[in-house]
Design a protein around this ligand. Structure first.
Ligand code: AMP
Ligand code: GLY
Length: 442
């Protein structure tokens, strides 16, 4: 494990629940003296020192790292990675965990990811690229629904439409090619083979050559109970996910992660950072439905609490290109996280939500952990800012116990203008839907 600064001070870049979970987990490692977060949020600020530097301010972050004697930077979100923040910090001689812009293209261009997968023989859905409306519309006519349409570039988790409704599909295409829907990100569209099966998330910590798989997770992407409603950034998650067995993991290691790392190494742009594979567990085995170049959100909120040993040693060694696989092992039990979101998330944000009772959770007094995202402290009131406000998280001996802890804590909250899904981990834990108000108001 590389020696970092003395004292060992880590900077986590980002401001969401994932970054809160990273900071919280890294702060538990014995080698770590301090974790600071830039820019963080008001909830994170209750436990960690914040630096007032935006995640897209590369100059500001380089200066902050020098100023604060930062030994390791962990970059959370995809946008700064795609913009080359890891390259900038690395060039300044700062140890950084997160891929270069060249490697981050695996997330920032879905077509690039497809071509790389084809080249490397990674099992995935067949896809075609379209750069104009008419040929894309003709392709819809030529293949049977449901159709899977994806904007090529970054779209904050909203660039995918799966539908059997032709009008909806054509409206999506029109929006993409006119640039009104996702700007330049949407002017190239993939139409993809529809895969059937159960979805799972598997993350690998990579040093350019070798990798360590973290426990598999199940993410709940749809807005409403029963996996209905719009796609969101994620309404909750649990880990581990027992549907992903050892054979699946071996196969993903062998047929997905290793070939991707080899392909990047061959291009002269080694992949150092988290490779997140969104998988469909089909009858023919796992198929990749997407790659992310970073830790999942909200998967991190449940996967990181399950990691024992030193996450710091794992990430610092990966960043240095000399992965210490044995630095971590998987803990027992299970973790569950449930997102508290703006009542209108993701389609019509209200922006006026207030959540009462969060302070006790922030102080960790109730056996649960609160990971904060879009919340602000307005004169002592926690207000909802942006779609996902915070994640109520628990680890326990069983999934059912973790789930019960989370929903009991949420039942103690009040306020208005926010909501949550009541069925996170329900089927997996063998429990009926939690009873509780549809809205956040108690
Ligand atoms: P993505 O942003 O690529 O994860 O896609 C969002 C969601 O669309 C996924 O979580 C899946 O539920 C669904 N999806 C994406 N690609 C496919 C596919 N090829 N077949 C079926 N469903 C898909
Ligand atoms: N939870 C999916 C993602 O992080 O993109």
């Amino acid at each position: 494990v590389p020696r970092v600064t003395d004292p060992a001070r880590i900077l986590v870049v980002g401001s969401g629940g994932r970054e809160h979970a990273l900071a919280w987990r890294l702060a538990r490692d014995a080698e770590v003296d301090e974790v600071v977060v830039a820019p963080g949020n008001d909830g994170i600020g209750r436990s960690f020192r914040r630096l007032a530097v935006a995640e897209d301010d590369a100059d500001g972050l380089v200066a902050a790292c020098r100023d604060q004697a930062i030994g390791l930077v962990v970059i959370g979100p995809e946008a700064p990675l795609a913009a080359g923040l890891a390259d900038r910090l690395g060039a300044a001689g700062i140890l950084v965990y997160g891929p270069s812009a060249a490697a981050a293209r695996i997330e920032s261009s879905k077509w690039f990811a497809k071509e790389l997968m084809r080249e490397a023989g990674v099992p995935s859905a067949r896809a075609h690229l379209f750069e104009a409306f008419e040929p894309a519309r003709d392709a819809l006519r030529a293949c049977a629904p449901p159709w899977v349409l994806k904007a090529d570039g970054l779209a904050a988790g909203k660039g995918v439409l799966v539908t059997a409704d032709r009008d909806q599909a054509e409206t999506f295409l029109t929006g993409c090619f006119s640039g009104t829907r996702f700007g330049a990100s949407g002017r190239r569209v993939l139409i993809e083979e529809h895969l059937e099966g159960e979805e799972a998330s598997l993350m690998a910590v990579c040093d350019g050559e070798r990798f360590a798989l973290l426990p598999p997770a199940r993410d709940y992407k749809r807005a409403a109970d029963g996996d209905r409603g719009s796609n969101t950034g994620g309404m909750g998650a649990h880990a581990p996910f027992s549907r992903v067995n050892e054979r699946h993991e071996r196969e993903v290691g062998l047929r997905v992660v290793a070939p991707v790392l080899a392909a990047f190494a061959a291009r002269g742009t080694p992949y150092r950072g988290t490779l997140y594979a969104g998988l469909m567990l089909t009858d023919q085995g796992p198929r990749v439905i997407e790659f992310n170049c970073r830790f999942g959100d909200p998967e991190s909120q449940v996967v990181l609490p399950q990691v024992e040993g030193s996450l710091f040693a794992l990430l610092a060694s990966a960043a240095a290109g000399e992965l210490a696989e044995d630095a971590i092992h998987r803990g027992d039990g299970a973790s569950v996280t449930v997102a508290l979101v703006d009542e209108g998330y993701p389609d019509r944000l209200r922006g006026d939500g207030v959540i009462e009772g969060l302070d006790a959770l922030i102080r960790d007094e109730s056996g649960v952990t609160l990971f904060c995202a879009g919340i602000a402290d307005q004169n002592g009131r926690w207000t909802v800012r942006g779609g996902r406000a915070a994640y109520v998280t628990a680890r326990a001996a069983t999934l059912a116990e973790a789930r019960a802890l989370v929903y009991a804590a949420i039942a103690g909250l009040g306020g208005a203008g926010w909501r949550y899904r009541r069925d996170i981990a329900g089927a997996a834990a063998g429990a009926p839907l939690a009873h509780g108000p549809l809205r956040g108001a108690a």
